[in-house]
Design a protein around this ligand. Sequence first.
Ligand code: F6P
Length: 334
Amino acid sequence: MRKIAVLTSGGDAPGMNACIRSIVLTAEHFGIQVIGYKHGYNGLLEQEYLPLRPKNVLNLIQRGGTILRSGRCLSFKQVDSAKLAAKNLEALGIEALLVIGGDGSFHGACHLADYWQGQVIGLPGTIDNDISGIDATIGYYTAIETALESIDKVRDTADAFERIFLVEVMGRHAGFIGLSAALASAADQVLVPELCQDIHAELDNITQHVLAAHRQRGNSSYIIVTAENLWPGGVTSLAQMLSEKTKVECRVVILGHVQRGGSPVSQDRLLACKLGAFAVERALAGDNRIMVGEVNNQLVALPIQVSWESQKPLDPYLVKIQQEFFDITRKLNP
Ligand code: F6P
């Protein structure tokens, strides 16, 4: 194998740069050239690329974002786009394409593989952690840390005014960041899609819980961590309804894209180092249409479609203890 390419696609995630670095250094070790496409699949269509050598990845492991930039390329779903990408890859003599991104980006890789002879390999990089079959995605741990730091600060002012605070975290349609950040920040309540079946019954539940908390501990802060895209009308409308029902002032903090930035924490850097190196090794071994990842601390190479074929469940033990902690307030007398 003489030449491979890498791109970062979809929502950027802290650790993508660390992963690019690992790919470049491992490829160098095996005498393989690397080129990096810019702006995700857009760069592949527009032939926007640069050679990546070890000197290009110096002083990079700690940097958030992605030096290759990212992009969402809706037109890549078309057959003509995949054929053009295949032609461009062939023109450059690329033998394997490594895609760092989420399941949408992995779909793109599979689509390309239908029209290209080369190998495609997915490396899970998204803060959402919503990729089935593996323990964690690159960027997830940093996003939890970022959310946690903010929630701790919100708690201070919430306490000072004895207010309810709704803190909205990212996750698209998955509750991994929400559940972990809620448990680690001792939030009073967590609202994530996997655990909220009936959204309207939920409003009554929250109201009852806030009132029980007040009976039990007097006026005090009350923190609710909620996933984005959950509440009809958005989190601000939930805050309004909650204020009316509980007669307690309720404020909203939307953490948003802050969670995607920042220097990756050690878990994301190490995961990125391992997956980048392993992906190059799997490319050398001839693997195609795979995703690399870790399961119980062991590196695995799985068929890429495993990433989207089923919905990744939340950690059942975290769910159980969150529920148990939540129930204590309901049961306890003042
Ligand atoms: O997939 C990562 C993610 O940050 C999601 O959590 C969020 O829903 C989405 O991307 C936001 O995308 P954009 O930056 O395109 O608004």
